[in-house]
Design a protein around this ligand. Sequence first.
Ligand code: SF4
Length: 490
Amino acid sequence: MPVLGKKFRPPEAFDQAINGYYQLLPSRFVRLDGKRYLLSNDVGEFLVVGRGQLADYIQKKVPKGSDFYHDLKSKCFLVDGDSNVALDLLALKYRTKARRISQFTALHIFVVSLRCDYTCRYCQVSRQTDDKHAFDMSEATADKALGLVFKSPSPTIKIEFQGGEPLLNFSLIRYIVANATAENIRHKKNLQFVITTNLSLLTDEMLSFCSSHGIFLSTSLDGPEQLHNANRPRPGMDGHKLTVEGIKKAQTALGRDKIGALMTTTEKSLPAARAIIDAYLENGLDSIFLRPLSPYGFAVKTRQAYKYDVDRWFEFYKEGLDYILEINRQGHRFVELYTELVVNKLLSPFSTGYVDLQSPSGAGISAIVYNYDGDVYASDEARMLAEMGDKAFRLGNVHDDGYEDIMLSDTLLDMLESTLSESIPMCTDCGFLPYCGTDPVYHHATQGDMVGNKALSGFCGKNMKIFRHVVLLLEDDPEARETLLGWVRP
Ligand code: SF4
């Protein structure tokens, strides 16, 4: 019999671990602070535990009948001789979380024009001047793209019009809405439309069309007048005035729930978190998305994307979220949308469908983009990258390729295979994995590789900080917890 080296304990030392009265179910953990860890499993159940509890759990020393044992068992972290349903329950929860994958692409983005009347320095889509009609989508291209839209098995189809400024090609929006609505009589999908617009060209006639077709509007408001106009210049520097007027007109004509706004964080925004949120409140908006700049388009050319790092952006986010929680405490419901997504990932049994927080990535299978020239891209960021000359995520063209060619293209299949977080170095061991995702376009753009080294990744750095912060708010701050629980969708 071989002699065991001094470093190894004898086999009986492991008896408890092998033969203990419970078996471990798959789980991961990640440090939250100096004392606590997040213990999570594949279906997103989690417990915040001390180091001693974590060691006891792994070494199968948790006393049977203790509260901790009960929590571990009810959240599917262990199975014992008494539980004959634990594995079935785990499988059911997993299927519920993954159900959206089988439903496939719900969001279809039509870039109806790359022209724009703004000259934003941080523009991520490389807009063209508003006289260059060669950058408009044609009816023939729209017809082909619509043919692909209705091949998706998803019961919900959301068609989002983007640009440039999509209102510069409003006749095509009318055309697509009319044809999609007619086509949907046969398909009976839950069909929705969204126009992402700066609102400067919005007319009463357009509003009446939006009203009669239940179209949502999504706009950009970067904060108070001076900041908005500095971030989003327009000839005449009247962008803020036009945006605010447009929001009011849309709220009156369509209803307050039919218009929302997004902001983009520039270096100038960083000291103004509260003022930005106040601008949203003043304009009757009930949510904000505190978004960092993405490294695409003019944001790269003008170096805007590199003017702050993840740490500085996170300070901005934290200050903004603190203020939002204070507003909610005073009785006014106001939501930070990324935090809402994270809270739902943490506390809801359902998937959110947010492209960047999915495994595999939702690019192509949750959202897809039809560019003005008919090229099909896996995500909005993928087409932004293409406008910079890198077509790595081009899936085909609506004039040359059918649905199967696009959905079974090597580009999409390779991307899906590379974006399973469960097999990505660092993610595979990360306790935040069930709530996180992977952004292949971001990692390709910043590291030249779809997977990327997560230790160097701004995507990972941002998400780790946010997950940690939100979990500790839920754990340590009863008032914040009450507000955040109110953001969980039924
Ligand atoms: S990207 Fe980072 S935070 Fe997300 S699962 Fe991977 S290692 Fe964890």
